[in-house]
Design a protein around this ligand. Structure first.
Ligand SMILES: Cc1cc2nc3c(=O)[nH]c(=O)nc-3n(C[C@H](O)[C@H](O)[C@H](O)COP(=O)(O)OP(=O)(O)OC[C@H]3O[C@@H](n4cnc5c(N)ncnc54)[C@H](O)[C@@H]3O)c2cc1C
Length: 175
């Protein structure tokens, strides 16, 4: 099922536990949309609106995803729901010369950028393990976490911090 799915289909569906939204946010991608009124481009940051809701109008299709090519290192850390593989929490990290970008899925109604984590590490080329851990503690800041039979909201927030710390550690180590 996962191998047949498309990246565009996953983004358009905006499942709160889908993996691709986290990656596309961290990669600072642009999304090209086409419809009867022509084409428009929006940043991934502005694409996810709410649970299963995106910036797509009912008569529009997602037709292209553009990912900037820059020197960078990346990591994805996920705690998956064992039966389906969907993310209970998934954290994508991209580190380039501007600092880290962190996309988090599975925690809230929509995937989000963890900007407080990013700010905490801005300007640090090789942060210490302590600095990474401190930054990761902001992973769930101002986020209304979902709770369901797979994980409580508190556990999701805990996993967001743990997976953020792990993904940051791997991404910085790979530079
Ligand atoms: C058992 C199972 C396990 C799964 N595990 C995972 C997982 O671990 N991680 C994960 O991320 N996902 C997982 N998925 C989701 C799976 O990958 C989805 O099928 C896929 O993400 C959706 O892509 P699709 O191309 O099949 O879209 P579709 O199912 O064809 O479409 C999804 C929705 O988006 C709309 N749509 C599709 N393409 C576009 C477009 N270009 N423009 C506008 N609207 C569009 C469709 O009309 C529909 O409403 C799982 C699904 C199942 C059933």
């Amino acid at each position: 099922m996962r191998n047949k799915g498309t990246i565009g289909g996953s983004l358009a569906h905006a499942d709160p536990a889908g993996d691709w939204p986290a990656a596309i946010l961290a990669l600072d991608a642009e999304i090209e949309i086409a419809g009867p009124r022509g084409r428009r481009t929006i940043k991934a940051d502005n694409f996810f609106v709410d649970l299963l809701q995106t910036a797509l109008a009912p008569d529009e299709v997602l037709c292209e995803i553009r990912v900037p090519i820059t020197p960078r290192s990346v990591a994805y850390e996920k705690t998956e729901q064992k039966a389906s593989g969907f993310a209970i929490t998934g954290v994508a990290v991209v580190v380039d010369k501007a600092g880290p970008r962190v996309g988090i899925t599975g925690v809230a109604a929509k995937a989000y950028r963890a900007k407080a984590v990013e700010r905490a590490l801005a300007g640090q080329a090789s942060p210490t393990a302590e600095a990474i851990a401190r930054a990761a503690s902001h992973a769930g800041e101002k986020v209304e976490a979902l709770g369901d039979i797979h994980a409580s909201s508190d556990f999701r927030l805990h996993l967001a911090e743990v997976n953020t710390r792990r993904a940051l550690t791997r991404a910085y180590a790979a530079r």
